[in-house]
Design a protein around this ligand. Structure first.
Ligand code: ADP
Ligand code: MG
Length: 467
């Protein structure tokens, strides 16, 4: 039986020492049942320290047993398993150690993984997110058509719209819809042969196959499926060889009436340097766009996301968050997380004042149009010592492209201009170039501390101006 430790020894490190080595060894090689109250405390601990991770279905997890120092936990679906394995292993292990005072780990399992059928590269289960199902997708004028088309494809793959091509800006629900199609089909037909992957993964797999001379394996894998879904297909831009290969894959599936679903940041004919014959293939089914959600839809999304996390979300707070953040749904989720974290930290219920404080900066950005692109250009040109004319030119030297990308990033973050408007300002660039810039800057912010410092410093001079 797994028992709890006294509160004084609960903090991770020393607690482990509290168990004499001989006893620990004896315990770790045996199998025990897990005390349900201990499990409840582990769950509570995770919920307290990782509120945004929490899902209401955590209540249905079953801690099966403690074997060789590992608490084996069963979840209901492969998508839940994927969520737990990719995001929950560490938090649950820390919680288990802190609650029991023992050097235990937590591992997740699922008994319903279909044999055969489902795969992606390397025959792993599909990387599906249990949140991304139709039930959790809020519809509004911005996404009614792509949603309806996805539902139809989920119900009638290969018959409704083929290919289904969904395009739109970042964070507007494309990946959510693609995964919802997969999960609908899998629920009805667990053995369906579905191939769902990102365009990046497809391209990497292709390059590996070329290098290792395993093209026939590659072809078999992608052409011998019932359903192929590729996310962010716009990354095919510019890649001649891969486009050629994908063209044949596409034709093979299409001729056999196998369903193809693609997502992209722009419509087929606006993907730069995409072969004409692919453009026309992509256009031959249904091409449909997701737009930014309107206020009412955003309110409903905030409520839906809160419910998934088991959060109590008063109406006025949902409205406030929806009114403050109008860029995309991913940022809406970030705002929910910030409000939730502040409430947890201060141990107070979620209410309007708290949301105002938690979202101070974002709300200000959304309601303070006084910051202009010119302010941003002034700050960036001064910081990097470049000229406006260079930023607006076609020059592609790194000393110019980097500050230009930072300008676009800050313009997107701090003003309400659209991607098209921002691109237009910086030398008539189109919105895909701006999206590429935003991604490039965000990637570097995430991975390079020094670069993040630079951008934050420029951003601070801007906010002090706006204040
Ligand atoms: P994209 O692939 O278009 O960049 P995602 O599908 O990754 O966007 O969506 C970003 C986040 O926003 C996800 O958590 C997704 O669940 C959520 N989301 C987007 N649109 C909706 C919607 N209409 N209803 C509920 N959640 C949504
Ligand atoms: Mg996506």
């Amino acid at each position: 039986m797994l028992t709890t430790h006294s509160p004084s020894s609960r903090e991770a490190g020393p607690a482990v020492k509290a168990v004499p080595p001989a006893r620990r060894a004896a315990e770790s090689s045996a199998t025990h049942a897990v005390d349900p109250t201990v499990w409840q405390r582990i769950l509570q601990n995770v919920r307290l320290h990782h509120p945004s991770l929490n899902r209401v279905w955590f209540d249905q997890m079953t801690p099966r047993q403690l074997t060789n120092g590992v608490i084996q936990v069963t979840v209901a679906t492969p998508a839940q398993l994927n969520f737990c394995q990719s995001q929950c292993q560490q938090p649950f292990t820390h919680a288990a150690q802190s609650i029991t005072g023992r050097l235990v780990a937590v591992s997740f399992h699922c008994e319903n993984i279909p044999r055969g059928g489902v795969f992606n590269e390397g025959d792993q289960p599909l990387p599906l997110n249990p949140d991304y199902v139709f039930e959790n997708f809020v519809t509004g004028p911005c996404n009614r058509l792509p949603h309806a088309a996805s539902v139809a494809v989920g119900e009638n793959p290969g018959k409704a719209y083929n290919p289904l091509f969904i395009h739109g800006g970042v964070g507007l629900g494309k990946t959510h819809l693609l995964q919802a199609v997969c999960q609908t089909i899998l629920q009805r037909e667990p053995g369906a042969r579905i191939c769902y992957l990102s365009c990046d993964a497809f391209m990497n797999h292709f390059l590996d196959a070329v290098q290792s001379g395993q093209m026939s394996d590659f072809r078999h894998r992608y052409r011998d499926v019932d359903l192929l879904l590729i996310d962010d297909i716009h990354f095919l831009t510019d890649k001649k060889l891969i486009q050629e290969e994908f063209f044949h894959t596409f034709n093979e599936l299409y001729q056999h009436k196998k369903q193809i679903v693609l997502s992209s940041d722009s419509p087929p004919n606006e993907i730069p340097q995409l072969e004409e014959r692919l453009v026309s293939r992509f256009n031959c089914g249904l091409v449909t766009r997701v737009d930014k959600a309107c206020y009412e839809t955003r309110v409903a999304i905030v409520k839906k996301k809160a419910a998934l996390r088991g959060m109590a979300m008063p109406d006025d707070v949902a409205c406030y968050i929806a009114a403050s953040i109008d860029t995309n749904t991913r940022e809406l989720e970030g705002a929910i997380t910030r409000v939730q974290s502040v409430a947890m930290l201060r141990q107070i219920p979620i209410e309007l004042d708290l949301a105002r404080q938690a979202l101070g900066d974002d709300a200000q950005a959304a309601t303070a149009p006084q910051l202009t692109i010119q302010n941003i250009i002034d700050a960036v040109t001064q910081f990097y010592g470049v000229k406006l004319a260079d930023l607006q030119s076609k020059r592609r030297h790194r000393s110019i492209t980097m500050p230009r990308q930072v300008c676009m990033y800050l313009a997107r973050k701090r003003t309400r201009y659209s991607l098209e408007e921002i691109g237009g300002y910086f030398g008539g660039r189109d919105h895909t170039t701006v999206m590429h810039a935003l991604r490039a800057v965000q990637d570097r912010i995430d991975t390079e501390i020094a670069f993040r410092g630079e951008v934050e410093q420029i951003d601070r001079t801007l906010t002090s101006k706006a204040a």
